[in-house]
Design a protein around this ligand. Sequence first.
Ligand code: 5AD
Length: 363
Amino acid sequence: MNLNNILNKEKINKDDICILLNLKDYESIEKVRLKAYNLMLKYVGEKVYLRGLIEFSNICVNDCFYCGIRKSNNNIKRYTLTNEEILESALWAAENGYGSIVLQSGERNDEQFINKLVDIIKEIKDKTISDTLPNGLGITLCIGEQSYKTYRKLFEAGAHRYLLRIETTNPELFKKIHPPKQTYERRVECLHLIKEAGFQLGTGVMIGIPGQTIEDLANDLEFFRIIDADMIGMGPFIIHSDTIYQKMYDTYDIEKRRIYELSLLMIACARIYLKDVNIASTTALQAMYPVGREMGLLFGANVIMPLLTPTYVRSQYQLYNGKPCIDEFSSECYDCIINRIKSINRPIAYNEWGDSPHFNKKR
Ligand code: 5AD
């Protein structure tokens, strides 16, 4: 089928998505980008929403084979920020017009950890209510697989969005990149529990996992639709040198350019296929290419996550190699991101939560 016919369809299907993801020539990719960009303008608007990212701990009970902070990596120093440090970053975010923050960490399920989080969520909510933010900072959590009871506790404390990537929807591939005790079934179950607990649901995948096919990626987008995700965060798979993937570096290096291109095409296809969801332009895109995050915004993303993690621990939170902004202060990240967004002529949403229209419609 001809590309224009696909792009003129009201609803594209999985076969169409495979065709779009297989495109390689500049002109065709540009057509897909433009379609996605126009749908973004129509369904979520041109504003870019800010989510200040606080990576508050790199302690993790999991051992995802690809991840730099996995439990068995002994080459990093483990840290957990104090609640005072987390609060300080959150207040900085509120004062600087970020409507929302994301609290992200390695996974822990113990009571002490959850209670600490409940306390800090309540405190942040309490201390950030103002005329400009009548409901306080919006809080998104990204702390992995938890029980329903825990999800509910965190929601009741005041967090209202939750990110948990499915990583890949090919169960065989999921199995290959995780140890046996981390199962695909449990991950899917958790996505349902997160929604049941009341959260707006964010999920996503890594793009370019060794062995992943174009069809897998098309299935991923279909999965996002079926699970009824409100937010999507996807990024390129990037090798971390302390993982088993380091030995594949040479092959990976050759494919890198295509993985980056595919990541942008996935953002565009997610916009064309799902229309009114929030889509993040992730930091991993910038790790691959200096203006990767701006490109994500140009391919249909509408959310960006400036780093708010205190500078002294940033280098200890590297999920993959080449993470940008490691030596910078939050204020430098702020200026840098604002200028990047301005460089592509997009307005910034200050002091707004910016929940996805997809979620708002369901209420
Ligand atoms: N490359 C790209 N993304 C990664 N993540 C973890 N390790 C890597 C890597 N090596 C992503 C996972 C996880 C998110 C927090 O970071 O998708 O869900």
